[in-house]
Design a protein around this ligand. Structure first.
Ligand SMILES: [Zn+2]
Ligand SMILES: [Zn+2]
Length: 255
């Protein structure tokens, strides 16, 4: 699978973009900055977007994506998330007020977006991939994803603080090839990280070691807050015995 990093930060500046990744040019994982660095053809080519949770830094560019696809007459973009995430998108985002209801545009029979509700830990097929959502620990309902293609699986943590269930499931996933893992704040902001449901390098190091192959599996770290970037990078560099990568915007990984 080819994994492209469109946005990998927990905030936005000209040098930082919010969470958005694209697998094999077909499936997006979160849509924070999805359209900001994806040309029209690439936007039209997408088949689905997996949405970890409804926070704005993960859904924002669904708005511009839907608009661009509607005008080109694209087939419906599958927008997949847990029931709470989909309910929030319907009520608070594509609600005909903040933004048009693209699940009915241009018509309810042939809409621009089609919602797909994911039940936790039930594997479904989306755009040819096996997708499994696993609930994690954040301030609102949020899930990780395990996405399996023909040659193995990758995992995406979503926004989360310490969790156990995700690691149990991943320890049961022998074909896991890589994981996108969040870390947001430096260690000195631990209380902020705890109340906002995020990791610091300290809790990250503890959590990653719940995974039995933590020395070998490539962990791609994302969601670092721009204000704390240098500090979080320094603290992550001190975590020993883990295969950690901090990606740059535009990076592509073959996993
Ligand atoms: Zn969040
Ligand atoms: Zn976030």
């Amino acid at each position: 699978m080819e994994l492209r990093v469109v946005g990998c930060h927990g905030g936005e500046t000209p040098r930082h973009r919010t969470s958005a990744f694209v697998l094999d040019r077909r499936v997006a994982i979160d849509a924070g900055s999805l359209t900001s660095e994806t040309d029209l053809r690439a936007q039209w080519r997408l088949e689905a977007c997996l949405v970890s949770h409804a926070h704005l830094d993960h859904i924002r560019d669904l708005a511009t994506m839907a608009d661009n696809r509607a005008q080109h007459g694209c087939p419906p973009l599958i927008v997949a998330g847990t029931s709470m995430t989909i309910a929030i998108l319907k009520k608070h985002f594509f609600n005909g007020l903040l933004w048009p209801d693209f699940s009915k545009i241009p018509s309810a029979a042939a809409p621009t977006i089609a919602y797909k509700v994911l039940r936790p830990e039930v594997t479904v097929t989306i755009a040819g991939y096996e997708v499994r959502a696993v609930m994690v620990n954040h301030t609102i309902d949020c899930c990780a994803f395990i996405v399996r293609g023909p040659n193995g699986a990758i995992a995406y943590s979503g926004d989360t603080g310490p969790t156990d269930r995700l690691w149990e499931v991943l320890n049961d996933t022998p074909d896991l090839r890589a994981m996108l893992m969040e870390v947001s704040f430096p260690n000195r902001e631990q209380s902020l990280a705890t109340t906002s449901g995020h990791h610091t390098p300290r809790t990250l190091g503890i959590d990653l070691r719940k995974f039995e192959r933590s020395r070998d599996l490539p962990f791609i770290l994302y969601h670092v807050k721009p204000v704390f970037q240098a500090e979080v990078h320094r603290e992550c560099a001190k975590l020993r015995g883990l295969n950690l990568t901090i990606p740059n915007l535009g990076d592509q990984f073959i996993v």
